[in-house]
Unconditional design. Structure first.
Length: 295
């Protein structure tokens, strides 16, 4: 072999070795380049941008409240319901719950906005244990001026079927003999006990008649009650107060033929001289000379 051929073979061998070594270097460097690439950055950016768009889909709220949800879908949080998470571009409806406002007392304790329940209507009538929040006790109004004219009342007792007519007031003064007569008439029908009825109660009845433009007889369902009778009625009915004003001669349950219980109630309430109980189902009105209150 000549020197020229030897040099040529040596150069060819060197070039071949360089090509092989270059290929091996590229094959060993390729895996690290793949591992260093950031995973899925290209796909997550559009998803975040889409999910941050506000939702304007109308949402039906519970109760009477209606509205439109304007919060972003990514920040939507609900109580007692599940929202779709990790799904780009999906709109999530927010359910709004309307709550009724709650009144709170001075101590911070939540109380109901409804008024406390009063006594149930009965045929006997009673003073409520707790007056309604919408009709608290009020101050009594001064009685209408007395012109000195005689004041006459007629009564019919439903329990004893007796009748009486008395002129209990003349010249601005009560007539005791006439009061004695009506006290005996309004006695406890169960045991015959009687007391001195409050004369101002007769004034209330008389002014109610004047307001309605009548002098017809009152039908009396209940007037004076002895403690024994009142206790017996209270045990038989929840509508009878244990400390009823009937036991003090300050209350009567009456009807007035030709007039509805509503008309009697309105005339009595306009006076502002005592308590007025309205019992439309039983058809009577309770009138008394206690504090001004309505039920």
């Amino acid at each position: 072999m000549t020197a020229a051929k030897f040099v040529t073979a040596l150069l060819a061998f060197g070039v071949g070795m360089s090509i092989v070594s270059s290929g091996m270097a590229q094959s060993t460097a390729l895996p690290p380049a793949v591992k260093q690439a950031p995973p899925k950055k290209v796909t997550t950016k559009p998803a975040v941008a889409t999910a941050q768009k506000p939702v304007t889909k109308p949402v039906a709220a519970s109760g009477n409240a209606k509205g439109t949800a304007t919060r972003p879908a990514t920040a939507a949080k609900t109580t007692g319901s599940k929202t779709a998470a990790g799904k780009p571009g999906q709109q999530v409806a927010v359910r709004q719950v309307a709550r009724r406002p709650v009144a709170r007392a001075n101590g911070g304790r939540a109380i109901s906005s409804r008024a406390p329940s009063t006594l149930r209507s009965t045929r006997f009538g009673a003073v409520p244990v707790m007056p309604s929040l919408y009709a608290p006790p009020q101050e009594k109004l001064p009685p209408p001026p007395d012109d000195g004219s005689p004041r006459t009342l007629s009564f019919y007792s439903v329990n004893t079927q007796e009748s009486v007519t008395v002129t209990y007031r003349r010249d601005g003064r009560y007539v005791q003999s006439e009061l004695d007569k009506v006290n005996a008439f309004l006695r406890d029908s169960r045991n015959g006990d009687q007391v001195q009825m409050d004369p101002q109660l007769f004034d209330v009845l008389w002014h109610v008649q004047r307001s309605l433009g009548t002098d017809g007889p009152y039908q009396v369902l209940s007037a004076y009650r002895s403690p024994e009778t009142n206790a017996w009625l209270a045990s038989a009915s929840r509508g009878v107060a244990s400390d009823s004003l009937h036991m003090r001669g300050q209350a009567m349950d009456v009807k007035l033929p030709g007039f509805s219980p509503y008309q009697i109630r309105e005339a009595a309430r306009a006076l502002g001289l005592g308590g007025v109980g309205y019992y439309p189902r039983s058809g009577f009105v309770h009138l008394d000379t206690g504090p001004v209150r309505y039920w």
